[in-house]
Design a protein around this ligand. Structure first.
Ligand code: SF4
Ligand code: SF4
Length: 374
């Protein structure tokens, strides 16, 4: 049991590390800009899914998405085939944030609350609808149309201040609030009901040889597995967990007091929880390091990094007018004229914030009208 407790702490520590690293990267993106630090969209595998149609039809990525994002997307699919939704249970920082709030909620309410079955069952299908709608629209519009409604994007921009996030993505901020409040009451609220990637990994995970198996003859029916499952799967009364809801967090196995009663199997082979965690991390982060070494893991625009002139279509909202003019190698005065920026707007203003100084200015429209120019 002591060994299991250490594995539980290790898992929590690794998830915390993922949250800290991604939060720091999102903060750096806000202060350094997209040339030096990737956006929260580039760091999310969902961006790869949103870009998929454009990659197949034109060979290019949609805005803010790069080859590294596609690498993340493919890696999470590989993990889903090998270890079901292990990205959700062992790596995803947004899932981890929900777990932390769930732990806080359990301290407040003194127990893990379970959504009534009559509501829980239909709500679980909601994420498949979110998946279908978001993917169809992303492929149709060839853009990150969901960004203003995305709670993860809202989280990644929090370092700009609540007012700025509210102005840019009020709906995303509201969903982030609902996710946090929901997680205080019901563990993994967003994962269970709303996450499109969870829906996709769950479906793909059905092909996986990985499963948690209960040995009925050794089970003492203590119910600790079911009680501790963040996805509320009834492990105690199952012989094999084949549910698309299982996030492979290993919590049930780690909480079972009986030796060899709950085991994780890859095919016919038993794998200990610690090994599952280590293998998943090696596959995921090892592949990222390998892709980085091979020079194919890029999360920022090439031209910006290399110091070459970027096209007007690559001017980003986080750039100041001055930075955008310099990056596109355009005289500041000419840049103001080209982007139709009123002269009273200071050059230090971020492109996406011009409208706060000059109401009515629409950065996206200005950029769209210049598509053919540079
Ligand atoms: S069944 Fe076990 S591994 Fe799957 S989500 Fe529940 S606790 Fe985690
Ligand atoms: S925790 Fe282990 S012993 Fe208890 S009900 Fe679950 S499988 Fe059986």
């Amino acid at each position: 049991m002591k060994k299991h407790r250490m594995t539980m702490h290790l898992r929590s520590a690794l998830l915390s590390l993922c949250v800290v690293l991604v939060t720091y990267a999102a903060y750096l993106h806000q202060v350094l800009g997209g040339a030096k630090a990737p956006s929260i969209h580039a760091l999310c595998p969902f961006g790869g899914l949103e870009s998929l149609y454009q990659v197949f039809t034109t060979g290019s990525f949609i805005g803010k998405i790069f080859a590294g994002t596609m690498t993340l997307f493919v890696l999470t699919l590989v993990l889903a085939i090998l270890f079901r939704r292990s990205f959700c249970g062992l790596i995803c920082p947004f899932g981890a944030i929900q777990e932390f709030f769930a732990k806080l909620g359990q301290k407040i309410f003194k127990r893990r609350k379970v959504m009534p079955a009559a509501l829980d069952k239909p709500l679980r299908y909601l994420k498949y609808l979110v998946l279908a709608v978001t993917v169809v629209y992303a492929w149709k519009t060839a853009g990150l149309w969901m960004a203003p409604y995305d709670p993860w994007s809202a989280y990644g921009h929090l370092s700009n201040g609540l007012e700025s996030v509210w102005q840019e993505s009020a709906v995303g901020l509201i969903i982030l609030g609902i996710t946090i409040l929901g997680s205080l009451i019901y563990d993994r609220f967003f994962c269970k009901y709303l996450c499109p990637m969870g829906a996709l990994y769950g479906m793909i995970g059905k092909l996986s040889p990985f499963k948690v198996v209960r040995n009925e003859s050794l089970c003492v029916n203590c119910g600790l597995c079911t009680k501790n499952c963040p996805m509320n799967i009834d492990v105690q009364h199952s012989l094999k967990i084949s549910s698309a809801e299982c996030i492979n967090c290993q919590t049930c196995v780690l909480n079972c007091p009986q030796t060899n009663t709950l085991n994780s199997y890859e095919g016919q082979r038993i794998i200990q929880p610690l090994s599952v965690i280590i293998i998943v991390l090696i596959v995921f982060f090892g592949s990222i390091f390998a892709a980085q070494a091979a020079g194919v893991y890029r999360l920022t625009p090439d031209a910006l990094k290399a110091g070459e002139a970027i096209g007007y279509d690559e001017v980003k909202g986080y750039m100041s007018i001055k930075e955008a003019a310099e990056s596109s190698k355009t005289e500041l005065k000419e840049f103001y004229e080209t982007f139709k920026i009123p002269a009273n707007v200071p050059a230090e203003t971020k492109m996406k914030e011009i409208s706060t100084v000059s109401p009515g200015y629409d950065f996206d429209n200005a950029k769209e009208s210049l598509k053919e120019l540079k």
